[in-house]
Design a protein around this ligand. Structure first.
Ligand code: PLP
Length: 438
């Protein structure tokens, strides 16, 4: 039948990203999704799930918004593609750049477009180094990133990523990347001193560490980081690929911390996944050096830098985020989600470390939460399996000590849908914890 045909073809030809190829070959895909609307997705057997992760933290406005299809179709009919190299430009790119500049923190007014997060971070690293070449300090090449960071899988972004499995799979990283302890301002200072301040181009951080374990920083962390970067004259880059466009209950997560970086990378939520698009925002400080000191082309650009269809889709997506006050909804529904986690924490003694802002939230599992001892085997994947059975998609993170369950639902989620999500979650936790013989 249709289903088994797809499974066989998948096993034969479809090499899945970030997946076990061996397992894939043995069992085929566990889920084949066919339809999605709002916060719900449906699999090939017609079973429905609440998409508690917005897929890969990216479908901010939810699925199936026809306005985005119409915006794409309109642009395809008018002009399906045009590049933006050399002296060429087009209105969707111009309008989107202006829109992003108007909503970005501080003076991040100049936008370089890419097709996604990895390309954006690689671009930011190259721009940072280029900035220092133009400033007459070509030895400033090193990029300091953080242990457990995730910045993507292109060569530069893989090298900046601090999760070691992404390094060992290739065994050859780009030079001039250094890692420092996450969430410690002193560690950054020590790393700068150890490496030599005059060799460092930039420091990059996610406002909330996402894939590495969903870690929120202490409230004063980024103000401290900004000071250290300024003290040593190092560029500060934030990676808002997950946190941008309302995810944490403010338009950008750095708005919570009141700190403006020198560059900011974005992707995912800028189009809510309706089109692959990302980019780098530059401050006046960075841009003015590129403008005043360069005397030739910037030798960096992707065919799809500023794809007109992507730009048209992004503009419509941002319009919906504004019109429907989805940032505010993320904040309010996020409070309900956290309140629900707290109830679960009261009921189950193995749950702790609840954290979240807006609709980006997580908790951890412990054998003894007071002693912070972990279970001999990870519980989060089991909870995820039970949730999937009951029609809820969440994510687990199990690097190192982590035994974390994560949620990042679409920003359009309603109170009723949050309640349903929590009900399924509670049941799934109960089933898993009841099986434990301590
Ligand atoms: N940066 C962060 C913080 C991410 O979470 C991701 C992807 O999950 C990326 C960068 C890479 O983005 P992409 O997968 O679009 O290349």
């Amino acid at each position: 039948n249709h289903y088994s045909e797809l499974v066989e073809l998948d096993k034969k030809h479809f090499v899945h990203p970030t997946s076990s190829i061996k397992q894939q070959q043995e069992f085929g895909p566990a889920y084949i999704f066919t339809e999605a609307k709002g916060v719900m997705v449906k699999d090939i057997e017609g079973k429905e799930y609440i998409e508690g992760m917005s897929s890969l933290w990216n479908v901010n406005i939810g699925y199936g918004r026809e306005e985005l299809g119409e915006a794409a179709m309109e642009q395809i009919k008018t002009m399906s593609f045009s590049n933006a190299f050399y002296t060429f430009s087009h209105e969707p790119g111009i309008r989107l750049a202006e829109k992003l500049a108007s909503i970005s923190p501080g003076d991040l007014n100049h936008i370089f477009f890419t097709s996604g997060g990895s390309e954006s971070n690689d671009t930011a690293f190259k721009l940072a180094r280029h900035y220092w070449i133009l400033k007459g300090e070509p030895n400033r090449k090193k990029i300091i990133a953080r242990k457990q960071a995730y910045h993507g899988v292109a060569t530069g972004s893989t090298s900046a990523t601090g999760i070691k499995q992404f390094h060992t799979m290739t065994n050859s990283l780009a030079p001039d990347f250094v890692h420092t302890e996450a969430l410690s301002v002193d560690a950054l200072r020590d790393t700068i001193e150890a490496e030599g301040p005059s060799t460092i181009a930039a420091f990059i951080a996610e406002p909330v560490m996402g894939a590495g374990g969903l870690f929120y920083p202490p409230e004063d962390y980024f103000a401290g980081i900004r000071n250290v970067c300024d003290e040593y004259g190092i560029l500060f880059i934030t990676d808002e690929v997950i946190t941008g466009f309302g995810r944490t209950g403010s338009l950008f997560c750095m708005d919570h911390y009141g700190v403006v970086p020198d560059m900011m990378t974005f992707a995912k939520g800028v189009t809510s996944g309706y089109f692959p698009l990302g980019g780098v925002m530059m401050s006046e400080k960075v841009f003015s050096v590129l403008k005043d000191k360069s005397d030739g082309p910037l030798f960096h650009g992707f065919t799809y830098s500023g794809h007109p269809v992507g730009c048209a889709v992004a503009l419509k997506n941002l319009e919906i985020i504004e019109k429907e006050q989805l940032v505010q909804n993320a904040k309010e529904r996020g409070e309900e989600l956290l309140a629900g986690f707290k109830q679960i924490e009261e009921e189950f003694e193995h749950i702790a470390d609840i954290r979240g802002k807006g609709l980006l939230a997580a908790f951890d599992l412990f054998m003894d939460r007071d002693q912070k001892t972990r279970f001999p085997e990870k519980m989060a994947p089991k909870i995820m399996d039970e949730a999937m059975k009951r029609g809820l998609i969440c994510r687990n993170i199990t690097y190192g000590e982590s035994d974390t369950v994560v949620f990042s639902p679409p920003l359009v989620i309603s109170s009723e849908e949050i309640s349903r999500l929590l009900m399924i979650l509670r049941e799934s936790i109960q089933v898993v914890l009841n099986k434990i013989v301590v």
